[in-house]
Design a protein around this ligand. Structure first.
Ligand code: KIV
Ligand code: ZN
Length: 514
């Protein structure tokens, strides 16, 4: 008998994007949405259109581009939110309005200043309006797990009467535990009239580290849609991690006889794409996608692995797209071999990108004898940036020492030629940033600076992540090089270019100085 299908509703671009440091501009959202579509998610929740013009534009761009999955937009159960969500979604091939209202007394009283009866009326009007705009409507009872169960039955009954096809039972504050959550799902299935006609969905936060366990318990009890995010990003401690939910269902099919439409071999690449876009690295011991998830350190484990892999391995790294690191190419490798290796790593580059990648590869191979898969991934992640380089780094020179001020001379290329500036600073990186600011005309304040080496050895590639406050506009940037000062300059320029690009494509932002 075919296993029942669990719909994977990805909210990386909405709930995930709400987590600190994870905000994405429109281009980045689009890049991530394409990756999610390739991964095979059933639903992409693209944003919360009423929240800002940027959010609206992000949802609209995803709706126009990704034609296979359902594209959802979140909105409170309020007319202006719902119509704004629909405006952003209406060109989607498969639009879904996702409307919500808090149902716990705590939220109703203190956040919304509404009575339970007023809440019911809002659900009725909200779902009715959404349903008048499109057929596919999801209703979420925010803080469901701290709501009165009998009241939830009333709320969901009304949502069904008004035509919602998906009912979501969020554990908004990550409070529930697996058995209790499963009981709630069973209770709703028994008590809500007409519930057998709709899909029950779960949305779990990870405040107690139980988001995945709770989601799986709910699936066991009858939920057929799981809302989750890549790398588990999301409000506070995050949401249920998509990769963990999907792999638990896959590896333990004996205990959980369900399937998903996810292309598991693209999981690692998707996780890396998100880390690259947001600059939030995956913790090393993170299940499925962490750097150590398939590393075996102790002698006993290594011995076991060599005798029989399944002694310590419940799934292969290859099954989620992780390849064992090995030396791949040297400076005499040709473009064809490079393209082939990228393909094996899961990146299909078009001719223009392959040309660009090849140039970066030959430059890197002059600086570094051994090129590893990780180096190639960095080339694609950082070299083939989707942000146009309004300012290009031509050269830099920095001097520093214990008994002198650091100085830097930086040359950038722009549309109208090359320009150079010098600056002094507390250290070479600071001096370089000062020179770049003089050249771009921006005023940046460094909020965060992180450096890590991507590969081992003295000639390792260093990757720098910066978060810069450009007079109120917080922007992330990344850059990589075997020289850390150059990597820093590239990261800072990446942030500057992002800001200039956003201002050019959204003139209102430039006018507001945002
Ligand atoms: O956590 C939550 O309750 C949500 C809803 C708006 C779905 O994100
Ligand atoms: Zn949430």
């Amino acid at each position: 008998m075919a296993a029942e299908r669990i719909a994977i509703f990805d909210t990386t671009l909405r709930d995930g994007e709400q987590s600190p440091g994870c905000s994405m501009n429109r281009e980045e959202k689009l890049q991530m949405a394409r990756q999610l579509e390739a991964l095979g998610v059933d639903v992409i929740e693209a944003g919360f259109p009423v929240a800002s013009d940027d959010d609206f534009a992000g949802v609209q761009a995803v709706a126009r581009t990704c034609r296979k999955p359902v594209i959802a937009a979140l909105c409170r159960a309020m007319p202006k939110d719902i119509t704004r969500a629909w405006e952003a979604l209406k060109e989607a091939a498969r639009p879904r309005i996702h409307t919500f209202l808090a149902t716990s007394d705590l939220h109703l009283t203190h956040k919304l200043q509404k009575t339970r009866a007023e809440g019911l009326a809002m659900v009725r009007e909200g779902v009715r309006l959404a349903r008048s705009l499109t057929e596919d409507v999801e209703f979420s009872a925010e803080d469901a797990t701290r709501s009165d169960w009998a009241y939830l039955v009333e709320v969901f009954g009304i949502a069904i009467e008004e035509g919602a096809g998906v009912l979501n039972v969020p554990d908004t504050v990550g409070y529930t535990v697996p058995e209790e959550y499963a009981r709630l799902i069973q209770y709703l299935k028994e008590k809500v009239p007409g519930i057998d006609k709709v899909t029950l969905s779960v949305h779990c936060h990870n405040d107690l580290g139980l988001a995945v366990a709770n989601s799986l318990a709910a699936v066991g009890a009858g939920a057929r849609q799981v809302e989750c995010t890549i790398n588990g990003i999301g409000e506070r401690a995050g949401n249920a991690a998509l990769e963990e939910v999907v792999m638990a269902l896959s590896v333990r099919r004996d205990a959980l006889p369900f399937e998903t439409g996810i292309r598991k071999e693209l999981i690692f690449r998707t996780s890396q794409a998100l880390a690259n876009i947001t600059g939030i690295e995956v913790q090393p011991n993170k299940a499925i996608v962490g750097r150590n998830a398939f590393a075996h350190e102790s002698g006993i484990h290594q011995h076991g692995m060599l005798s029989h892999r399944s002694t310590y391995e419940i799934m292969t790294p290859e099954s989620v797209g992780v390849r064992r690191s090995h030396l791949v190419l040297g400076k005499h490798s040709g473009r064809h071999a490079l393209g082939k290796r990228f393909e094996e790593l899961g990146w299909e580059l078009n001719k223009a990108d392959l040309d660009k990648a090849y140039k970066l590869f030959t430059k890197l191979s002059e600086q570094k004898k051994e090129i590893f898969d990780e180096d190639l991934i960095t080339i694609v992640r950082d070299g083939l940036t989707v942000i146009p380089e309004i300012f290009k780094l031509r050269s830099l020179q920095a001097t520093a020492g214990t008994a002198m001020f650091a100085t830097a001379l930086v040359t950038l290329a722009t549309e109208d030629g090359e320009h150079s500036e010098t600056a002094m600073g507390d250290g070479p990186v600071n001096a370089v940033f000062g020179a770049i600011d003089k050249l771009t005309g921006l005023k940046g304040k460094l909020m965060e600076y992180r450096l890590h080496s991507i590969t081992g050895g003295a000639d390792a590639v260093g990757e720098v992540f910066v978060q810069v406050d450009f007079e109120g506009a917080i922007t992330n940037g990344k850059g990589a090089s075997t020289d850390v000062v150059e990597a820093s300059a590239r990261a800072y320029l990446n942030a500057s270019n992002k800001l200039c690009f956003a201002r050019r494509s959204t003139p209102a932002l430039a006018a507001e100085g945002n």
